[in-house]
Structures are given as C-alpha cells and as structure tokens.
Design a protein around this ligand. Sequence first.
Ligand code: HEC
Length: 127
Amino acid sequence: MPALLVLLVLALFPLQAAAKDNVLPPNAPTSWRKQCTSCHARNGSGQTSLGRMHRAQDFTSTAWQKSRTDAQIRKVIAEGSTKNRMMRGYGKAMSDAEIDELVAFIRTLDPAKSPAPKASTSAQKSK
Ligand code: HEC
C-alpha cells in the first residue's frame, strides 16, 4: 500500500530533523547540559518552549556569533541579562573556569567555525 508508505515517510522525517537539530554537542560541558539547555536547547539554538517564549538568541547563528564579543558573553553568563531576568547570573554559582568553559563552548556552536577553523586573527585575550 504505497499511500501508507508515503504517510510513514512524512511522519518520520520531521522527527528526524528535529532530533538532529537539537543534539547535545559532544564537547558540551556538564554545566551546559544541566543548567542551560532548558532555555537555550541542547544545541544552543534557543528552540525550547521557554527559549522561544523569552526570545533566547540563536547561538548557532553566525550573525549572532559575530555580534557578540567573548567579554559580552562572559558578562551575561556571570551577571545575567539586564534585558531579561530569565537569564540570571551564574557568577556566584560557578567558578571563573566554568564560565570560561561555557564561553568557549558557545563559540564552537558557530556553524561558520565548525567545518574548518579559520586561522586565528585576533590575539587571545587573557584576563
Ligand atoms: C530560564 C531560562 C534560561 C536559562 C536556564 C539560561 N538562559 Fe541564557 N538566556 C535566557 C534568555 C531569555 C536570554 C536572552 C536575554 C537577553 O535578551 O538579554 C539569555 C541570554 C543568554 C546569553 C546572552 C545572549 C546575547 O545575545 O547577549 C548568553 C551568553 C546565555 N544566555 C548563556 C547561558 C548559559 C551559559 C546558561 C547556563 C549556565 C544559560 N544561559 C541559562 C534564558 C536562559
């Protein structure tokens, strides 16, 4: 019965796409998995109901990646967002090293960087 087959394929495809879209990257720190994915989604896209409701940015967008410096990302994680209280600060609960790890991880979500890392242009800022 071909119609049934078509239906089956149609039913399975979106599921597959959604799952692929929201996989936990292998390099994700435990803190990301435990504390950030409820809003930011496992892959950082912000595509969770909470993330969509509160307009969490899409970390998998190169445009977003370009629009923020490491220092800005770090500050929001440590101190929280002044624009949206849903994004609270983690500076008291996390060590500097943990926050650095999260910043570095978020940077790896840039699709422009994952296939072939560009030669580093800016000097790495040590704090
Ligand atoms: C309860 C939901 C929630 C959780 C949990 C959460 N965030 Fe957020 N986050 C948000 C929202 C909403 C925003 C958007 C705030 C804004 O527009 O300024 C945000 C913004 C951010 C930003 C800044 C984005 C930008 O464009 O300036 C970063 C970075 C960030 N979150 C990282 C994290 C990390 C890392 C964790 C885990 C330690 C985390 N968030 C946990 C909801 C959350």
